[in-house]
Design a protein around this ligand. Structure first.
Ligand code: SAM
Length: 224
């Protein structure tokens, strides 16, 4: 495993241990609710949720008829997810980590970079919130080439990024501009911007840190 990935994994585990999880939201992501229908994910399809945390987007997707396959490194996050959602889970040890299952939701406690095409074969859809933008630039390249490249042809999904002047704030979350998304994905995926929204007005903490512009961008990606 590379130094960069090891360091990044350690940082995330420390964040969960220390409760530094400001990224977590108690309500479903507004851009998921707004855009999911336009993504056109096949009815009943399994949605891959990389870097899932304890996101309530997973139950939202399940309520909308999907099976969910989330992948999350931190066991604390996985335990908290099932406890907070009051879901009884069955846990099965797999070569990629402990797989927690409850009804339509399966959450693998493991490293997203360890997944292969077989692990993702059933995922005809994905939802990426606070995931690609959680990774530093070098890992974003690996994420596109080693994780997204394993998703099946025809797979469709929603990716939400943030854009801000990079020198004004240290990530994560990192600023991932449209040019980078296109550079990473356009060779294999059709990339469409669904929404580009100025959100600084609603983000007092970002303004207080001196950030002068902040956009959320929602992309529809479809694998060719
Ligand atoms: C910014 S959080 C976002 C969580 C979730 N998507 C949400 O919207 O609340 C990123 C998550 O990715 C997890 N993570 C980081 N690196 C990972 C890896 N290599 N494999 C799986 N999960 C990882 C972290 O533990 C953290 O919970």
């Amino acid at each position: 495993m590379s130094e960069e990935l090891l360091r990044d994994r350690e940082n995330w585990l420390a964040r969960w241990r220390e409760g530094r999880i400001g990224f977590h939201q108690d309500t479903p992501s507004p851009l998921l609710v707004e855009c999911w229908e336009r993504v056109g994910a096949p009815e009943g399809s399994t949605v891959f949720v990389p870097l899932a945390g304890k996101s309530v987007d997973m139950p939202w997707l399940a309520e909308h008829g999907h099976d969910v396959f989330g992948v999350e490194l931190a066991s604390l996050a996985v335990e908290q997810f099932f406890a907070e959602q009051r879901l009884e889970a069955k846990v099965e040890e797999t070569p990629k980590g402990a797989l927690w299952r409850s009804g339509p939701i399966a959450l693998l406690c493991g490293d997203v970079f360890a997944l292969d095409a077989q692990d993702l074969a059933k995922c005809r859809a994905f939802f990426d919130r606070a995931a690609i933008i959680a990774l530093p630039r070098g890992l974003r390249q690996r994420y596109a080439r080693e994780v997204y490249a394993q998703l099946p042809r025809g797979c469709v999904g929603l990716m939400v990024t943030l854009e801000y002047p990079e020198h004004e704030k240290q990530g994560p979350p990192f600023s991932v501009r449209e040019a980078e998304v296109r550079d990473l994905f356009e060779s294999d995926w059709t990339v469409d911007v669904l929404v580009r929204r100025e959100i600084l007005a609603y983000q007092a903490s970002w303004r207080n840190e001196g950030v002068t512009a902040l956009h959320a961008v929602a992309y529809r990606l479809q694998r060719r």
